[in-house]
Design a protein around this ligand. Sequence first.
Ligand code: ABC
Ligand code: CA
Length: 417
Amino acid sequence: MRNSAGAPYNSTSRKLCGSSWMSITEHLDYIPNMGFDAIWISPIVANIDYQTSYGETCHGYWTENISSLNHHFGTPDDLRSLSSVIHARGIYLMVGVVVNRFAGIPSHMGTNISSINDFNLSPFPSSSDFHPLCWIEDYSNQTQAEQCWLGDKILALIDLDTEDPKVVTTMNDWISSLVQDYHINGIRIDTVKHIRKDFWPGFTKAVGVFSIGEVYDKNVSLVKDYTKIIDSVLDYPTFFALIAEFSSIQGNLSALLDVATASQESYKYGTFMTGSFLENHDVPRFQPKTRDLAQGYQGAEDPDNREALWLSGYATANKTLVSHQYLFNSGFLTTPKATQLSKPPLLTLLTNVGQSAIVTWNTTGVLNANQAIVDVLTCSQYVVPSDGTMTMSSSDGSPKVLMPSTVTGQICIHGEN
Ligand code: ABC
Ligand code: CA
């Protein structure tokens, strides 16, 4: 998305940048060219509209009124138009949804529960619709994580009383209409671990389409329960392991395997349905952590990790950084420095040795004797010797993605991919 003027944007300013739903429609080639078939947009409802110590609500997470849309992003007709234009291109629409809380109350207005009545929160105008003020101080205390408030004394996020049946019914009815009105194909549910688990089955039923939940925690033991009540979760445990083990040459890929195995065994569908990611708008971008990548967003913590997309020039050359999916529902062969992921007919060889060391993968017994294979990243061709013994190597830390020549089809033609 670019802003209307195509102007430079400094995310540190935390200001609205003029981006809109209609501006997305000006760059629709970018999405399939990156290999994507869906877009996920920020929450769409009306937000508080005043300057806070954490800037303006450029991200859409500070809900004021769930019954109207965020006028900074466009009109209801604009959103319907975005929906129909992308659908015509075969692209799905995923929308961010916040249930857990309403707008931030800036500190100078006080965070006293009674001051909630002074805001125009809709359809929950009264302090009795919210949990009494207490701050989440211990995230491992589940009752506190669910019933106390996120945010801080600078900007409080008012926690909705999702134990109240009236609140539950209102939110379920709201999401059901929203999905239908705008032909939404999926939703990304925010702050899932901050609402009691038995709230979610009714809500996701009302959603009626695919939902993926944000459970921001590195522990498989905590995340696994949510895979049983929501279609999918963002795979934070694997994210933490990927970052730890791939961003440094001291990383241990066996530790990554431990997390992958644990999630395979305890998530409802293994890792088949999880949302894999290497970075997002809440965590530092991956590139500053290593010198081994060619391109990508560079920002550190929020708000620096929210660089404007138009500043990339919509380049599509380096797809792996943002779109690589770790298909962990597959076989592994891992040493601390080199791992082989086997998902026949695909074999992926990964390493964290860095660009100045040589790594070898022993593929004996993984690939068949006499098999002709192609590395689809470089289009290099190999034939497995007749006795089946084979090692592959890399001298610059590059991965390999191997496919049998018989199934690569059009991927590598005349030595190009
Ligand atoms: C603003 C400023 C920030 C400032 C912050 C206090 O206020 O911009 O610079 O630091 C929205 C906006 C933000 C805004 C916030 C608050 O609202 O986007 O810019 O920050 O006003 C979701 C969304 C996120 C959104 C919110 C709102 C929720 O994706 O964009 O933020 O609340 C928690 C929530 C998670 C939430 C995340 C930001 O905060 O659970 O839903 N994301 C621990 C906790 C996590 C916690 C995390 C970060 O810290 O367990 O629950 O996430 O605070 C691992 C552990 C984890 C641990 C991590 C750090 O380490 O296993 O448990 O996470 O090892
Ligand atoms: Ca809550």
